[in-house]
Design a protein around this ligand. Structure first.
Ligand code: GLN
Length: 540
């Protein structure tokens, strides 16, 4: 491993035990926020033990949302949490998978870089893992790098990662590494007891791999009594004050506040020998306040295909929470399967909502239901927000039902079309591989003055992130505009339509990009903010 001078960066490694879905990502993001609010510069790296090069080719049912970074990487959804909490942009290097690590090692082997050596998990794979960690520390020049290890301790596939982070304690200066283990303390209803044994076992597992956790964050549904905390401390080899209770919260945005109340960031800084002022969460708390105690409420339907699993639309859900807080409102999301609309009719499903959002998606299934939802929102003057595929649906619906272009469609769903109003982008025509080949990442968009888009952003040039292969077909823009659709945003370099709206509708906006990816609690996205505001007005 190439490490010339030992870096001054401090490393916090976060592992998870007992069960998955304990919220390691939220814990990492919350710790990142607290350290940032102490004046430290922070970055986060997510290490995913699976073999895919990135989650871009995985089904949303398996993996949840694919989070796209500014520089166009398709990454784990935890990076979304990091951005939303810490308000910094993540880049491609902030997420590495086992697939990427092995790819690098194997390509080095083909180049003969291992000089005839036998290529092994230790040291070649572990060195490559450590290279990724130190590379992020170096390029971001952060004071603290938080490294979240995906999966649960004990998984076969995460072993090389655990081994690599174990070694890092010895590669770095004293007091530069901290191991935080997130575990679960279950409550057994029949005996009315909280059980510490799973945590003990999980820490034993870490110890087997040579890692003594410095801090335990114990997720629980009930407050853990002092005696149980003492037991955990005793059996797991940590001091009592290093057992930090993390009881379920009404909102994930309360987690950093609770961590601060439990003095977690003081503890981290003292263990890492970092001297800073206390963290300041006052402005953060103002945003959390209206999530916990909203003044208004509004119902908005999300009409999509992956309705079963809300993680598929994670950033949209969070963007609504941010926009809701800004409007002092609770946004109640009604999840509507687009195929349900096809069967039951939009009037039987959407009559009690004050806004309709059609999110991104792929493939033909459920499209006709989405088109019915768009038509219903357009005709009934219900605020409508179309994102990516949702925008494409808005264009198709308008072409068919207002422009008289019978059977207008996207070439993603049908061939030999008379009106292919949505078509494959020129740059996509020769693409064969599926992974990492869409139009990805941030691009500029020029906004028309006087549009809803301009009202929201209040600026002429914006930058938003994309993930798509299809686009409004420029051959039909004239026809669509003639019948009343407004193109309110365009990419200046490629002359692509990035946003459409209907002027004589209270709020009908479609965007080719994914605004939800840039919404943060302290800086709600202007389009979500205005959409929620329009929905509240509609409700009145
Ligand atoms: N399937 C559409 C395309 O590839 C929309 C993609 C999306 O919604 N992210 O253009």
């Amino acid at each position: 491993m190439k490490m010339t001078r030992r870096s001054k960066c401090k490393f916090i490694f976060i592992t998870g035990g007992v069960v998955s879905s304990l919220g390691k990502g939220i814990a990492a993001a919350s710790i990142g926020l607290l350290l940032k609010q102490r004046g430290l510069s922070v970055s986060i790296l997510k290490l995913d033990p699976y073999l895919n090069l990135d989650p871009g080719t995985m089904s949303p049912f398996q993996h949840g949302e694919v989070f796209v970074t500014e520089d166009g990487a398709e990454t784990d959804l935890d990076l979304g949490h990091y951005e939303r909490f810490i308000d910094i942009n993540m880049m491609k290097e902030n997420n590495a998978t086992a697939g990427q690590i092995y790819e690098t090692v194997l390509s080095n082997e083909r180049k003969g870089e291992y000089l005839g050596g036998t290529v092994q998990i230790i040291p070649h794979v572990t060195n490559e893992i450590k290279n990724r960690v130190t590379a992020v520390a170096k390029s971001t020049k952060c004071d603290v790098l938080i490294v979240e290890i995906g999966g649960t301790v004990g998984d076969i596939e995460s072993l090389p990662f655990i081994e690599a982070i174990r070694q890092m304690k010895f590669d770095t200066l004293n007091n530069s590494t901290l191991y935080i283990h997130l575990t679960y303390v279950p409550y057994i209803t029949t005996s009315g007891e909280l059980k510490t044994k799973p945590t003990q076992h999980s820490v034993k597992k870490l110890l087997e791999h040579g890692i003594q956790p410095d801090i335990l964050i114990t997720r629980t549904e009930h407050s853990i009594p002092k005696s149980a905390k003492e037991k955990i401390a005793l059996f797991c080899n940590v001091d009592k004050k290093s057992v930090i209770e993390a009881i379920d919260q009404p909102t994930i945005y309360q987690v950093p506040v609770e961590f601060k109340n439990n003095k977690l960031d003081d503890l981290i800084c003292s263990k890492l020998s970092v001297k800073t002022p206390e963290s300041d969460l006052e402005s953060w708390k103002k945003h959390v306040k209206y999530i916990k105690t909203p003044v208004h409420s509004v119902r908005i339907a999300i009409v999509g295909k992956y309705i079963g699993l809300k993680d598929s639309y994670k950033s949209i859900v969070e963007a609504f929470i941010h926009a809701g807080s800004d409007n002092k409102a609770k946004v109640e999301l009604e999840w509507v399967g687009s195929e349900d609309i096809e069967q039951k009719g939009p009037e039987n499903i959407l009559s009690d909502v004050s806004g309709v959002l059609v999110p991104g998606g792929f493939g033909e299934r459920g499209i006709e239901g989405k088109l019915l939802a768009v038509k219903y929102a357009r005709e009934k003057n219900i605020p409508f927000f179309g994102i990516c595929l949702g925008m494409q649906c808005a264009v198709i619906e308008y072409a068919r039902n207002v422009g008289g272009m019978k059977n207008a469609n996207s070439t993603e769903f049908a061939r030999k079309l008379k009106y292919p109003v949505i078509d494959l982008m020129a740059s996509q025509k020769k693409v064969k591989n599926k992974g990492g080949t869409m139009r990805l990442g941030a691009f500029n968009c020029e906004i028309e003055k006087g549009s809803k888009l301009f009202d929201a952003y209040e600026q002429k040039t914006i930058s938003e992130r994309h993930r798509h292969r299809f686009e409004v077909n420029n051959d039909y823009i004239g026809m669509l505009e003639d019948c009343g659709l407004t193109v309110s945003g365009k990419n200046p370099d490629l002359n692509l339509v990035e946003a459409v709206e209907i002027t004589d509708h209270p709020w009908f906006v479609g965007v080719q990009f994914h605004p939800e990816l840039k919404s943060r609690l302290t800086r709600p996205h202007p389009l979500f903010r205005d959409f929620v505001k329009a929905a509240l007005n509609y409700e009145k």
